[in-house]
Write a protein that binds this ligand. Structure first.
Ligand SMILES: [Zn+2]
Length: 289
C-alpha cells in the first residue's frame, strides 16, 4: 500500500455562470509515501484559472501565489490527469480535513459535470486521524501549522499555505502519528455512501413534534431535588433552540429549559441546557450570604 497526501490552494471568486461564489483550484501539491512511509515523490502543479483570472488579495497574501504563476499553469483537466497518474490505482489518499475534498468535488462538478473525484478509491481525513491519535478529540479542528508546532516539527523553512510544503508538513505529522490498526480502521472506501456523507448538510430541527426528537429529550430534572420538572409554558423556537419555562413544585424553583436538535448524517444530536431563574427571594438570600 502507498499513501498520497494532497493539498490544494484555491481562489474564491464570483462566477456569473453559477450565479454564486466558486472556489477555483489554482495549485495542487502532493507527496507519495512508500509502504514504510518515506516520501518517494512530490507533485506540484499550478492551474490556470478560467473563472476568475485575477487572484484575490486574500489568496495572494495567504499563499504567495501570483497572477503570473498561475497564468503559466496547466488546465484543471491536465492537472487532474497528471495527478491521477501520480497517485496510481491503490493508494490511500489523505487531506488535512475534508474541506479540500469538497472543493475538489466543486471543481469536478464545474469542469466535468460530475462531482465524483476520478482518482479517489480509499480516503483518510488526516486531520481527524491525527487529532484522534493525539487525544485532542475532533470537536475543534486544529490547523496544520498548529499541530506541527505541538509535535515540535520544524516548519520554519517551509512556506505554509503553499500546497507542496503543506503536503510535506502533513506527511511529517502522518509519519509521527501512524499506527497500523487504528489507521486501517480510519480508511474509508469511496463509494455512494462516502459521497452521501460528505455532501450531507446538517440542519436544525424546527418543529417540536418532529418524530426525531424523543420525548425524554424534552424532560429536565430539578438541580436541587432531582425530581422531574413540570413544564409551565409552551415551547418556543428561536436561535436554533427550543425554549420553555419549567417549575419544580417541591422546591418552588423556576427554570428555563433549552433543547437543540441537530440532524446529522448518523442521527440527531441533542444539546440541552437548564438555567435557573433568579427570583427576588433567591437574590435577597444571595445578597445576605
Ligand atoms: Zn426541586
Amino acid at each position: 500500500m502507498t499513501y498520497v497526501i494532497l493539498d490544494l490552494e484555491w481562489n474564491g471568486a464570483y462566477c456569473d455562470k453559477l450565479g454564486g461564489y466558486f472556489n477555483e483550484i489554482i495549485e495542487i501539491g502532493a507527496v507519495r509515501l512508500s509502504e514504510d512511509k518515506r516520501i518517494e515523490e512530490r507533485f506540484d502543479a499550478y492551474i490556470r484559472p478560467v473563472v476568475s483570472c485575477k487572484l484575490t488579495r486574500l489568496v495572494t497574501n495567504l499563499t504567495g501565489i501570483t497572477d503570473d504563476q498561475v497564468r503559466h499553469g496547466v488546465s484543471f483537466g491536465q492537472a487532474m490527469e497528471d495527478l491521477h497518474r501520480f497517485i496510481g490505482e491503490d493508494a490511500v489518499v489523505m487531506t488535512w480535513s475534508n474541506t479540500d475534498l469538497t472543493v475538489l468535488m466543486e471543481n469536478c462538478r464545474y469542469f466535468y459535470h460530475n462531482e465524483r473525484i476520478p482518482f479517489l478509491s480509499s480516503y483518510v481525513d488526516l486531520q481527524s486521524y491525527a487529532q484522534t491519535r493525539l487525544g485532542l478529540g475532533t470537536a475543534q479542528q486544529v490547523a496544520l501549522g498548529k499541530l506541527a508546532e505541538l509535535l515540535q516539527l520544524n516548519s520554519e523553512e517551509m512556506e505554509l499555505h503553499h500546497a507542496i510544503d503543506d503536503s510535506v508538513l502533513a506527511a511529517a505529522i502522518f509519519q509521527r502519528v501512524f499506527e497500523p490498526l487504528s489507521f486501517s480502521k480510519a480508511v474509508l472506501s469511496v463509494g455512494d455512501e462516502f459521497y452521501r456523507r460528505l455532501t450531507f448538510k446538517p440542519t436544525f430541527i424546527r418543529e417540536i413534534d418532529d418524530p426525531l426528537i424523543r420525548r425524554s429529550d424534552l424532560r429536565f430534572s430539578c438541580e436541587c431535588c432531582k425530581r422531574n420538572l413540570k413544564r409551565i409554558g409552551e415551547w418556543q423556537f428561536q436561535h436554533r433552540f427550543f425554549t420553555a419555562a419549567f417549575r419544580c413544585a417541591a422546591c418552588d424553583a423556576e427554570y428555563i429549559g433549552r433543547v437543540q436538535a441537530k440532524k446529522k448524517y448518523d442521527g440527531v444530536e441533542i444539546k440541552k441546557r437548564l438555567i435557573r431563574k433568579t427570583t427576588e427571594k433567591t437574590k435577597e438570600t444571595g445578597g445576605m450570604i
